[in-house]
Design a protein around this ligand. Structure first.
Ligand code: NAD
Ligand code: DAU
Length: 379
């Protein structure tokens, strides 16, 4: 018989990777919905983790931040038992495909070994602890990239699409998905998995396409388009992803995987042009932005799209992703609520209104890393 997490009287969450892009958005979302909930945010604060992403959450009495690695078994077990946690929402990962191509080791360490460490501890605490089996749920956040790539006419990825990961990142996420499945099948751990398409929104680290383009326009820097720019991604506003995860935590059937997507396919070059147009419009409408961003394309008298530069393609670049989200809609009644024109404008505004957030990142060693990458791509 399938069970839902309804059998857990009070959900007490461990959120891993909580200081990253989606993890942080999820913590804000969950505590907005459940202001008195227990939520322990665990994050190693790698280059992608940012303590500022969780600002404001200390007002919730059940919120704690713990800096630590998911590979640190003693720490994770102590956090789980000290706070009597019964749900893990596992976001922590190395998440950038380009980095996985240059240096895959960290991806194996965190995405595969780290996930395995969490599963081992979950089994020890929830199945084999002093009280024997206790109600619990391990929710694993995965990606549509495990399914590989689609041709232009192929049907979208559904939950039964065979796995065919192409990058070291995608392979490491596929490995983690299989471990989650195996822990359920072998030991009876209560699990769910969600495979989501590309997210966008606040706190998105500016190595990923959408925030990189916004921030580069604000610096009058080239907008790098890999190859012909006709690769397609299915974009979903991050808050919709968080709501989808919450829906699975509340109603999802134990042992199931759910695809979450935006039904919103865009070629990269079109999305970059659209961001450029919106930013040019915003700067034309409100001269305050020209003063706030004197180095921006608009302040330098240029159209944002003039900054587009085609660069060397990503090795093994997946051509198209698209998600068939029929299952989560049919079974759990979940649908994205934020349409793309609204979400992308909201996102651009967030970056305009929070320069202190991304300037800290761009002033540090990350900017140097980015410039080296860009130099190599142009060559
Ligand atoms: P992110 O890179 O912004 O955040 C990852 C977080 O994990 C960071 O805060 C980092 O410090 C933390 N972390 C990394 N290694 C850790 C470790 N060993 N121990 C503890 N914390 C560690 O990533 P994101 O975009 O927020 O993605 C979150 C999850 O969602 C990932 O599992 C990713 O595979 C998945 N996902 C992302 C997208 C997307 O579009 N961004 C889409 C589908 C699925
Ligand atoms: O599909 C879900 C995945 O989406 C997540 O699992 C990953 O964690 C997340 O990083 C994202 O992967 P992508 O590789 O699709 O995202 P990224 O933003 O890196 O790139 C989006 C597309 O834009 C991709 O086709 C590569 C292209 N691109 C990216 C960058 C950074 C460019 O053309 N130029 C760029 O500078």
């Amino acid at each position: 018989m399938s069970v839902t997490t309804d059998s857990i009287v009070e959900k007490r969450l461990l959120v891993t990777g909580a200081a990253g892009f989606i993890g942080a958005n999820f913590c804000h979302y969950w505590l907005q919905q459940h202001p008195r909930a227990t939520l322990i945010a665990l994050d190693a604060l790698t280059y992608a983790g940012n303590r500022h992403n969780l600002e404001g959450l200390e007002q919730h009495s059940g919120f704690r931040f713990v800096q630590g690695d998911i590979n640190d078994a003693l720490l994770v077990e102590r956090v789980m038992t000290d706070h009597h946690l019964n749900v893990i929402v596992h976001f922590a990962a190395e998440s950038h495909v380009d980095r996985s191509i240059h240096d895959p080791d960290a991806f194996i360490q965190t995405n595969i070994l780290g996930t395995h460490n969490l599963l081992r501890i979950a089994r020890a605490v929830w199945l084999d602890g002093p009280q024997g089996w206790i109600p619990h749920r391990f929710h694993h956040i995965s990606t549509d990239e495990v399914y590989g790539t689609l041709g232009p006419q192929d049907p979208a990825f559904h939950e039964e699409t065979p796995y065919a990961p192409n990058s070291p990142y995608a392979a490491s996420k596929a490995g983690a998905d299989h471990l989650v499945r195996a822990y359920r099948h072998t030991y009876g751990l209560s699990t769910t998995t969600s495979n989501c398409s590309n997210n966008y929104g606040p706190y998105h680290f500016p190595e990923k396409l959408i925030p990189l383009i916004i921030v580069n326009i604000l610096h009058n820097k080239p907008l790098p388009i890999y190859g012909d720019g006709r690769q397609i991604r299915d974009w979903l506003y991050v808050e919709d992803h968080c709501r989808g995860i919450a829906t699975i935590l509340e109603q999802g059937r134990e042992g199931e995987s759910y695809n979450i997507g935006g039904c919103n396919e865009w070629a990269n070059i079109d999305i970059v042009r659209l961001i450029g147009e919106i930013m040019d419009e915003l700067f034309a409408e409100d001269p305050r932005w020209l003063q706030a961003f004197p180095h921006s394309a608009a302040a330098q008298g240029r159209k944002s799209a003039d900054l587009i530069q085609h660069v060397r393609d990503r090795p093994g670049h997946d051509r198209r992703y698209a998600i068939d989200a029929t299952k989560i809609t049919r079974e759990l009644g979940f649908k994205p609520a934020v349409d793309f024109p609204t979400g992308i404008r909201q996102t651009i505004r967030w970056y305009l209104e929070h320069p202190q957030w991304w300037q800290k990142i761009m002033d540090g060693s990350y900017r140097e890393w980015l410039d080296v990458q860009y130099g190599a791509l142009k060559a």
